[in-house]
Design a protein around this ligand. Structure first.
Ligand SMILES: [Zn+2]
Length: 126
């Protein structure tokens, strides 16, 4: 029998490389930053640079002048995970996104005006 779950886990979890330049911009050493593998790069698409899961940030390789800004943005998401816990964070993020979709009928606006994203953007330039 084909171990489809193992295969999917392999596709999603393999070949991540540490992204030290971004990791060094984050004072909290428990936070780890990785480059996405090819599958997550594909899923993130062109517009999205990074995604955060708890203490783990997965960020595309970006131009040096943007690294600090994206590091501060994603670190705000790390703090949000800590504030709410993983499940409440994911619940809030998704419910804000769905409310945004209903209000704006536009998924980019739903993302942009998500209060958790608004807070993260505020910290980009602080
Ligand atoms: Zn964000």
């Amino acid at each position: 029998m084909i171990k489809i779950y193992s295969f999917l886990a392999y596709l999603f979890l393999s070949n991540y490389k540490r992204y030290r330049e971004m990791e060094q911009r984050i004072p909290d050493k428990s936070v780890k930053v990785y480059h996405p593998n090819w599958l997550l790069s594909l899923l993130l698409g062109e517009r999205f640079l990074a995604i955060t899961f708890g203490n783990v940030i997965i960020a595309k390789f970006i131009h040096a002048h943007l690294i600090s800004r994206i590091a501060r943005h994603e670190y705000t998401h790390v703090e949000q995970y800590r504030r709410y816990g993983v499940f409440k964070f994911l619940y809030l993020y998704l419910s804000y996104f769905i409310k945004g979709l209903i209000n704006y009928k536009n998924w980019l606006k739903a993302y942009y005006y998500n209060p958790l994203e608004v807070e993260a953007r505020l910290h980009e330039t602080l």
